[in-house]
Design a protein around this ligand. Structure first.
Ligand SMILES: Nc1ncnc2c1ncn2[C@@H]1O[C@H](COP(=O)(O)OP(=O)(O)OP(=O)(O)O)[C@@H](O)[C@H]1O
Ligand SMILES: [Mg+2]
Length: 225
């Protein structure tokens, strides 16, 4: 089985940027890598993504939102993640189950036990071996995310960026609570520095964690071999 790594954190913390950098490093070391993201990751789930992230859809209820995330995840896990892991590839996924706990649970206040049950149902218990939480103040993340939206005219995926600062603070705290609850799965990296600084922190954290997990190939990549 391949190795499953997820990237998590608030809007604009640098998940997509750091995931791409890691993909390049792994491929340079001849690792087979599948890069994917949630919500979405395959055609059916991408249609659900369009509904979930469209700022015009402010009428979606918290429960409908939660169920749509679960539906998209069920499709994505079966169609993309499990087959890639079975092929022995390293899977890098941009957001996964922890995002639902942080956003719909801590952010929206939905029942955490229900969310956990839905996550288990949707994933069939497929869990990341490692989760990189890129943490930064919400003002930092949101200003980056909003600048990106303004730079990409016609961007429609901004429903969450338009939420209040308080909402994003709850999400950030939710992520930090998760990391504290599952220290063996999470690595927390400070994302408030520049891209290169954060990249070095991600590499160092992964190198240490991979060695303790016995994943020699990835550990060598992180050591710069
Ligand atoms: N460390 C950094 N310092 C400054 N700008 C950054 C940094 N990391 C990423 N950026 C820029 O900030 C914007 C958001 O970064 P990125 O898309 O990687 O964040 P994200 O966590 O994936 O956001 P989202 O949750 O909205 O998908 C991008 O325009 C990116 O180029
Ligand atoms: Mg992103």
């Amino acid at each position: 089985m391949g190795f499953f790594i997820t990237f998590e954190g608030i809007e604009g913390c640098g998940k997509t940027t750091q995931l791409r950098l890691l993909k390049e490093r792994l491929e340079a070391a001849a690792e087979k890598v599948t890069v994917t993201r949630e919500p979405g990751g395959c055609p059916v789930a991408d249609q659900m993504r369009a509904i979930l992230l469209d700022a015009k859809n402010s009428a979606i209820t918290p429960l409908a939102e939660l169920l749509l995330y679960a539906a998209a995840r069920a499709q994505h896990v079966q169609e993309v993640i499990v087959p890639a892991l079975e092929r022995g590839e390293t899977v890098l996924c941009d957001r996964f189950t922890d995002a639902t706990v942080a956003y719909q649970g801590h952010g929206r206040g939905l029942d955490l036990t229900v969310i956990e049950e839905l996550n288990t149902l949707a994933t069939g218990r497929v869990q990341p071996a490692l989760t990189v939480l890129i943490d930064c103040p919400v003002e930092v993340g949101l200003s980056r995310a909003l600048a990106r939206i303004e730079a990409t005219s016609g961007a429609k995926e901004e429903r969450f960026e338009r939420e209040s600062l308080l909402f994003h603070q709850k999400v950030r705290n939710g992520y930090l609570t998760l990391a504290a609850a599952f220290p063996e799965r999470f690595v927390v990296v400070d994302g408030s520095g520049d891209v290169q600084q954060t990249g070095l922190l991600v590499e160092e954290a992964l190198r240490q964690r991979m060695q303790s997990l016995g994943k020699a190939g990835l550990a060598a990549v992180k050591a710069g071999c």
